[in-house]
Design a protein around this ligand. Sequence first.
Ligand SMILES: NC(=O)c1ccc[n+]([C@@H]2O[C@H](COP(=O)([O-])OP(=O)(O)OC[C@H]3O[C@@H](n4cnc5c(N)ncnc54)[C@H](OP(=O)(O)O)[C@@H]3O)[C@@H](O)[C@H]2O)c1
Length: 335
Amino acid sequence: MVIIQRVVLNSRPGKNGVPVAENFRMEEVTCPDIITEGQVKVRTLYLSVDPYMRSRMNEDTGRDYFIPWQLSEVVDGGGIGVVDYSKYANLSTGDIVGFFNWPWQTKAILDGKLLQKLDPQLVDGHLSHFLGAAGITGLTSLLGIKDKGHVIPGANQTMVVSGAAGACGSLAGQIGRLEGCSRVVGICGTDEKCSIFVSEMGFDAAINYKKENVSEQLHKLCPTGVDVYFDNVGGDISDAVVSQMNSNSHIILCGQISQYNKDVPFPPPLPPAVEEIRKARNITRERFLVLNYMDKQAASILQLCHWIKEGKLKVGTESIHFSYRWGKSIVILNK
Ligand SMILES: NC(=O)c1ccc[n+]([C@@H]2O[C@H](COP(=O)([O-])OP(=O)(O)OC[C@H]3O[C@@H](n4cnc5c(N)ncnc54)[C@H](OP(=O)(O)O)[C@@H]3O)[C@@H](O)[C@H]2O)c1
């Protein structure tokens, strides 16, 4: 038996509560040495920290595609690790593997057939990219834009991205440009992030929603209106953007992060006055869930890796314990 560390759900914040560190607890448990046929023993390398996890802290996630975390049980999410020992024919010691329900523990015994074998060469050895730009995050940005954005190269379209400093948002703005938008404007919460968008990621302009009047700034920075809106946050910011969208334009309904500490349905309806604008201008706002596009996963990952290698897609700084400038939030273990 070996001693491992793991993170369990200690308490629930309540549907309308703000999560605190005390909602989680670290503990040490033993992990058996012996594994059975079909199993692999893995060492955890990276764990993804994502907004959807807020709903898993509730007794009922309100979504049919996520199950709640249970009290005093280990929490799980996207993760990457290395195989220490395998009794599954398709995996060997040293293989790098990923799983959408990776337990937050330093080592684990997992069912080999659930794991996805990953090729480190695809990301030049930057394995954490498989949780970010070359994983679900990158797929969300790319497939959301491709399927719901209706971007037409050469059509002089303006894209606005909210939550632009986040994992999906920082990629979405760059991909919007690569797919053919002629102007990309990001919305985020600090001047530092605003300046990074413009100087490092090729956004044309950025708005600090904590300091500036979003409607006024949009009016100034999007002189021909908004054609594509990649919405990560919902709430007041989205109401301001939708009000400045053009006729027959498109919202990519990626997420509604400003609403996740509230007991509201997903997606939350727009306020009546904004909904009226949306309808009058024939603005589409269809649900988008990346998990429904897994048939496009392999080709899209290749495209994303290609862009990263070419330097066309800048990937955010990764760091530990939620203190990041922009990009993906990842916990690093066993390194
Ligand atoms: N549809 C899908 O299939 C799918 C898949 C993956 C993710 N998502 C969704 O995509 C969204 C973004 O995910 P992510 O992984 O990119 O998240 P993330 O890396 O945690 O970034 C989220 C960003 O949102 C901003 N933010 C946080 N609270 C906010 C608020 N109250 N108002 C305005 N901005 C706020 C933060 O930036 P500032 O500090 O600058 O405000 C942060 O950079 C989430 O809503 C998530 O649920 C959807």
